[in-house]
Design a protein around this ligand. Structure first.
Ligand SMILES: Cc1cc2nc3c(=O)[nH]c(=O)nc-3n(C[C@H](O)[C@H](O)[C@H](O)COP(=O)(O)O)c2cc1C
Length: 275
Protein backbone atom coordinates (compact mmCIF):
# COMPACT_ATOMS: atom_id res chain seq x y z
CA UNK A 1 0.00 0.00 0.00
CA UNK A 2 1.42 3.33 -1.05
CA UNK A 3 -0.81 5.42 1.24
CA UNK A 4 -1.13 8.09 -1.47
CA UNK A 5 -3.18 10.82 0.16
CA UNK A 6 -4.24 14.26 -1.01
CA UNK A 7 -5.38 16.85 1.51
CA UNK A 8 -8.12 17.99 -0.87
CA UNK A 9 -9.05 21.40 0.60
CA UNK A 10 -5.46 22.57 0.01
CA UNK A 11 -5.00 20.98 -3.44
CA UNK A 12 -4.83 23.60 -6.22
CA UNK A 13 -5.21 20.92 -8.92
CA UNK A 14 -2.14 22.17 -10.76
CA UNK A 15 -1.36 18.71 -12.12
CA UNK A 16 2.33 18.89 -11.16
CA UNK A 17 2.20 15.50 -9.40
CA UNK A 18 0.58 13.95 -12.47
CA UNK A 19 3.15 15.40 -14.89
CA UNK A 20 6.20 14.70 -12.73
CA UNK A 21 5.50 11.07 -11.80
CA UNK A 22 8.23 9.09 -13.65
CA UNK A 23 6.07 5.96 -13.63
CA UNK A 24 3.08 7.98 -14.91
CA UNK A 25 0.71 6.27 -12.53
CA UNK A 26 -0.97 9.33 -11.03
CA UNK A 27 -4.20 10.22 -12.73
CA UNK A 28 -7.14 12.48 -11.97
CA UNK A 29 -9.91 10.78 -10.05
CA UNK A 30 -13.64 11.23 -10.64
CA UNK A 31 -13.65 13.97 -8.01
CA UNK A 32 -11.04 15.93 -9.99
CA UNK A 33 -8.20 15.33 -7.54
CA UNK A 34 -4.99 13.32 -8.10
CA UNK A 35 -5.24 9.61 -7.40
CA UNK A 36 -3.32 6.40 -8.06
CA UNK A 37 -5.52 3.54 -9.29
CA UNK A 38 -4.89 0.49 -7.05
CA UNK A 39 -3.76 -1.68 -9.99
CA UNK A 40 -0.99 0.83 -10.83
CA UNK A 41 0.48 1.00 -7.35
CA UNK A 42 2.88 -1.81 -8.19
CA UNK A 43 4.66 0.47 -10.69
CA UNK A 44 5.53 3.13 -8.12
CA UNK A 45 9.31 3.45 -7.66
CA UNK A 46 8.88 5.30 -4.34
CA UNK A 47 10.79 8.37 -5.54
CA UNK A 48 8.45 10.75 -3.64
CA UNK A 49 8.37 13.18 -6.57
CA UNK A 50 4.62 13.66 -6.05
CA UNK A 51 5.23 14.72 -2.46
CA UNK A 52 8.13 17.06 -3.21
CA UNK A 53 6.78 18.71 -6.37
CA UNK A 54 3.38 19.64 -4.85
CA UNK A 55 3.47 23.47 -4.44
CA UNK A 56 1.10 23.66 -1.42
CA UNK A 57 2.53 20.47 0.12
CA UNK A 58 -0.75 18.61 0.40
CA UNK A 59 0.33 15.23 -0.94
CA UNK A 60 1.53 12.45 1.29
CA UNK A 61 2.80 9.06 0.14
CA UNK A 62 4.28 6.10 2.03
CA UNK A 63 3.05 7.69 5.26
CA UNK A 64 5.48 10.62 4.89
CA UNK A 65 4.49 14.04 6.20
CA UNK A 66 5.47 16.67 3.56
CA UNK A 67 5.81 19.32 6.27
CA UNK A 68 8.81 17.41 7.65
CA UNK A 69 10.79 17.86 4.38
CA UNK A 70 13.44 20.58 4.15
CA UNK A 71 12.30 23.55 2.05
CA UNK A 72 14.46 23.80 -1.09
CA UNK A 73 13.79 27.34 -2.35
CA UNK A 74 16.81 29.55 -1.66
CA UNK A 75 18.51 26.87 0.43
CA UNK A 76 20.93 25.29 -2.04
CA UNK A 77 24.61 26.28 -1.67
CA UNK A 78 25.44 29.06 -4.08
CA UNK A 79 27.28 28.00 -7.26
CA UNK A 80 30.57 29.57 -6.24
CA UNK A 81 30.57 27.62 -2.94
CA UNK A 82 29.90 24.43 -4.90
CA UNK A 83 32.72 25.24 -7.29
CA UNK A 84 35.14 25.85 -4.41
CA UNK A 85 34.06 22.60 -2.77
CA UNK A 86 34.54 20.55 -5.94
CA UNK A 87 37.89 22.16 -6.78
CA UNK A 88 39.01 22.47 -3.16
CA UNK A 89 38.27 18.98 -1.82
CA UNK A 90 41.48 16.99 -1.56
CA UNK A 91 42.57 13.44 -0.99
CA UNK A 92 43.68 13.64 2.62
CA UNK A 93 46.50 11.34 3.65
CA UNK A 94 47.46 12.89 6.99
CA UNK A 95 45.09 12.51 9.91
CA UNK A 96 44.86 13.49 13.54
CA UNK A 97 44.86 10.59 15.97
CA UNK A 98 41.25 11.09 16.98
CA UNK A 99 37.75 9.91 16.12
CA UNK A 100 35.30 11.95 14.08
CA UNK A 101 32.23 12.61 16.21
CA UNK A 102 29.96 9.53 15.85
CA UNK A 103 26.81 11.63 15.52
CA UNK A 104 28.39 13.55 12.63
CA UNK A 105 29.36 10.29 10.89
CA UNK A 106 25.82 9.00 11.34
CA UNK A 107 24.34 12.21 9.96
CA UNK A 108 26.66 12.26 6.94
CA UNK A 109 25.77 8.64 6.13
CA UNK A 110 22.05 9.38 6.43
CA UNK A 111 22.40 12.35 4.07
CA UNK A 112 24.67 10.52 1.60
CA UNK A 113 22.04 7.78 1.52
CA UNK A 114 19.83 10.31 -0.29
CA UNK A 115 22.12 10.03 -3.33
CA UNK A 116 20.35 8.86 -6.49
CA UNK A 117 20.24 5.14 -7.29
CA UNK A 118 19.20 3.33 -10.47
CA UNK A 119 15.40 2.79 -10.50
CA UNK A 120 15.48 4.32 -7.02
CA UNK A 121 16.53 0.93 -5.63
CA UNK A 122 18.23 2.50 -2.56
CA UNK A 123 20.03 -0.70 -1.65
CA UNK A 124 23.51 0.75 -1.06
CA UNK A 125 24.83 -0.60 2.23
CA UNK A 126 27.42 1.36 4.18
CA UNK A 127 29.90 -0.68 6.19
CA UNK A 128 31.70 1.72 8.49
CA UNK A 129 34.45 1.49 11.06
CA UNK A 130 33.62 4.57 13.10
CA UNK A 131 36.07 3.94 15.90
CA UNK A 132 39.82 4.44 15.51
CA UNK A 133 40.69 1.46 17.73
CA UNK A 134 38.57 -0.81 15.53
CA UNK A 135 40.27 0.54 12.43
CA UNK A 136 43.71 -0.09 13.92
CA UNK A 137 42.78 -3.70 14.74
CA UNK A 138 41.37 -4.18 11.26
CA UNK A 139 44.38 -2.49 9.64
CA UNK A 140 46.67 -4.92 11.48
CA UNK A 141 44.68 -7.88 10.15
CA UNK A 142 44.92 -6.52 6.60
CA UNK A 143 48.68 -6.05 7.01
CA UNK A 144 49.12 -9.55 8.49
CA UNK A 145 47.16 -10.98 5.56
CA UNK A 146 49.28 -9.13 3.02
CA UNK A 147 52.53 -10.12 4.77
CA UNK A 148 51.37 -13.75 4.57
CA UNK A 149 50.47 -13.50 0.88
CA UNK A 150 53.79 -11.83 0.15
CA UNK A 151 55.78 -14.56 1.98
CA UNK A 152 53.83 -17.22 0.08
CA UNK A 153 54.46 -15.40 -3.19
CA UNK A 154 50.73 -15.10 -3.74
CA UNK A 155 50.48 -11.40 -4.51
CA UNK A 156 49.26 -11.20 -8.11
CA UNK A 157 51.84 -9.81 -10.58
CA UNK A 158 49.45 -7.06 -11.60
CA UNK A 159 49.47 -5.88 -7.98
CA UNK A 160 53.17 -6.27 -7.25
CA UNK A 161 53.26 -2.77 -5.69
CA UNK A 162 51.61 -4.39 -2.66
CA UNK A 163 54.96 -6.03 -1.90
CA UNK A 164 56.39 -2.54 -1.39
CA UNK A 165 53.59 -1.69 1.06
CA UNK A 166 54.39 -4.90 2.92
CA UNK A 167 58.12 -4.14 3.05
CA UNK A 168 57.60 -0.60 4.34
CA UNK A 169 55.18 -1.94 6.97
CA UNK A 170 57.51 -4.72 8.09
CA UNK A 171 60.65 -2.59 8.19
CA UNK A 172 59.35 0.75 9.42
CA UNK A 173 55.75 0.12 10.56
CA UNK A 174 54.73 2.81 8.07
CA UNK A 175 51.19 2.27 6.81
CA UNK A 176 50.93 3.31 3.16
CA UNK A 177 47.52 1.70 2.79
CA UNK A 178 45.27 3.29 5.41
CA UNK A 179 47.77 6.09 6.06
CA UNK A 180 46.64 6.23 9.68
CA UNK A 181 43.09 7.26 8.79
CA UNK A 182 40.88 6.57 11.79
CA UNK A 183 37.83 5.45 9.82
CA UNK A 184 36.86 3.26 6.89
CA UNK A 185 33.69 3.41 4.82
CA UNK A 186 32.79 0.72 2.28
CA UNK A 187 29.78 0.94 0.00
CA UNK A 188 28.33 -2.30 -1.34
CA UNK A 189 25.05 -3.14 -3.07
CA UNK A 190 23.20 -6.33 -4.03
CA UNK A 191 24.33 -7.69 -7.40
CA UNK A 192 20.76 -8.03 -8.60
CA UNK A 193 20.01 -4.29 -8.39
CA UNK A 194 20.01 -2.34 -11.64
CA UNK A 195 23.27 -0.40 -11.12
CA UNK A 196 25.04 -1.64 -7.96
CA UNK A 197 28.51 -0.24 -8.70
CA UNK A 198 27.27 3.11 -9.94
CA UNK A 199 24.96 3.47 -6.94
CA UNK A 200 27.89 2.87 -4.56
CA UNK A 201 30.22 5.29 -6.34
CA UNK A 202 27.61 8.04 -6.40
CA UNK A 203 26.80 7.55 -2.70
CA UNK A 204 30.49 7.74 -1.81
CA UNK A 205 30.94 10.84 -3.98
CA UNK A 206 28.13 12.57 -2.13
CA UNK A 207 29.56 11.41 1.20
CA UNK A 208 32.97 12.80 0.24
CA UNK A 209 31.68 16.27 -0.63
CA UNK A 210 29.53 16.43 2.47
CA UNK A 211 32.40 15.20 4.65
CA UNK A 212 34.82 17.75 3.25
CA UNK A 213 32.28 20.55 3.70
CA UNK A 214 32.17 19.44 7.36
CA UNK A 215 35.95 19.64 7.69
CA UNK A 216 36.37 15.85 7.50
CA UNK A 217 39.11 14.57 5.19
CA UNK A 218 38.53 11.64 2.84
CA UNK A 219 40.42 9.55 0.33
CA UNK A 220 39.10 7.10 -2.23
CA UNK A 221 41.03 4.04 -1.19
CA UNK A 222 41.67 1.77 -4.16
CA UNK A 223 44.40 -0.04 -2.26
CA UNK A 224 41.98 -1.10 0.48
CA UNK A 225 39.41 -2.04 -2.15
CA UNK A 226 41.84 -4.26 -4.04
CA UNK A 227 43.26 -5.77 -0.85
CA UNK A 228 39.82 -6.81 0.39
CA UNK A 229 38.03 -7.51 -2.86
CA UNK A 230 40.84 -9.29 -4.70
CA UNK A 231 43.30 -10.63 -2.17
CA UNK A 232 41.78 -11.07 1.28
CA UNK A 233 38.11 -11.95 0.72
CA UNK A 234 37.99 -13.57 4.17
CA UNK A 235 38.32 -10.09 5.67
CA UNK A 236 35.38 -8.92 3.58
CA UNK A 237 33.39 -11.72 5.18
CA UNK A 238 34.72 -10.74 8.58
CA UNK A 239 33.35 -7.24 8.03
CA UNK A 240 29.96 -8.80 7.34
CA UNK A 241 29.84 -7.80 3.69
CA UNK A 242 27.23 -10.06 2.08
CA UNK A 243 28.49 -12.53 -0.55
CA UNK A 244 25.87 -11.40 -3.03
CA UNK A 245 26.98 -7.76 -2.89
CA UNK A 246 29.12 -5.88 -5.39
CA UNK A 247 32.00 -4.21 -3.55
CA UNK A 248 31.50 -0.64 -4.77
CA UNK A 249 34.50 1.09 -3.24
CA UNK A 250 36.33 1.92 -0.02
CA UNK A 251 36.93 5.37 1.41
CA UNK A 252 39.08 6.23 4.40
CA UNK A 253 38.30 9.36 6.38
CA UNK A 254 39.06 11.33 9.51
CA UNK A 255 39.97 14.70 10.96
CA UNK A 256 42.73 16.08 8.71
CA UNK A 257 46.16 16.92 10.08
CA UNK A 258 46.70 19.09 7.00
CA UNK A 259 45.04 22.22 5.62
CA UNK A 260 44.98 23.09 1.95
CA UNK A 261 45.13 26.81 1.40
CA UNK A 262 43.82 26.97 -2.15
CA UNK A 263 42.24 25.00 -4.96
CA UNK A 264 44.19 23.10 -7.60
CA UNK A 265 44.21 24.36 -11.20
CA UNK A 266 43.77 21.36 -13.45
CA UNK A 267 44.24 21.50 -17.21
CA UNK A 268 41.08 22.27 -19.19
CA UNK A 269 38.42 19.56 -19.18
CA UNK A 270 38.39 17.07 -22.03
CA UNK A 271 35.17 18.00 -23.74
CA UNK A 272 34.09 16.37 -26.97
CA UNK A 273 31.38 17.97 -29.06
CA UNK A 274 30.52 15.68 -31.96
CA UNK A 275 28.75 17.08 -35.04
C1 LIG B 1 39.02 5.54 -7.75
C2 LIG B 1 40.14 6.17 -6.96
C3 LIG B 1 41.03 5.38 -6.24
C4 LIG B 1 42.04 5.94 -5.48
N1 LIG B 1 42.85 5.17 -4.71
C5 LIG B 1 43.77 5.75 -3.90
C6 LIG B 1 44.55 4.97 -2.99
O1 LIG B 1 44.41 3.75 -2.92
N2 LIG B 1 45.44 5.59 -2.19
C7 LIG B 1 45.63 6.94 -2.24
O2 LIG B 1 46.46 7.46 -1.49
N3 LIG B 1 44.90 7.72 -3.09
C8 LIG B 1 43.96 7.16 -3.90
N4 LIG B 1 43.18 7.94 -4.72
C9 LIG B 1 43.35 9.40 -4.72
C10 LIG B 1 43.98 9.92 -6.02
O3 LIG B 1 45.35 9.62 -6.04
C11 LIG B 1 43.71 11.43 -6.04
O4 LIG B 1 42.32 11.63 -6.22
C12 LIG B 1 44.45 12.16 -7.14
O5 LIG B 1 45.85 12.06 -6.95
C13 LIG B 1 44.10 13.65 -7.18
O6 LIG B 1 44.32 14.27 -5.91
P1 LIG B 1 43.11 14.99 -5.18
O7 LIG B 1 42.05 13.95 -4.90
O8 LIG B 1 43.67 15.58 -3.94
O9 LIG B 1 42.58 16.02 -6.13
C14 LIG B 1 42.18 7.36 -5.47
C15 LIG B 1 41.29 8.16 -6.20
C16 LIG B 1 40.27 7.56 -6.92
C17 LIG B 1 39.29 8.46 -7.64
Amino acid sequence: MLQFEVNKPGCIRCGECVFDCPARIIGVGEDGYPAIPPEKEVSCIRCEHCLVVCPPGVISILGINPAASLPVEGNFPDPSSMETLIKGRRSVRRYREENVDKALIERMLEVAWHAPTGVNSRQVRFTVLDDREKLIRFRDEVMEGLVRLSRENRIPKSMSYFTLFVKVWERQKVDLIFRNAPHLLIATAPKETACPREDCLIALSYFELLAQSNGVGTVWNGIVKWALDEMLPELKTKLGIPQDHVFGYAMTFGVPAVRYARTVQHTPALIHRPL
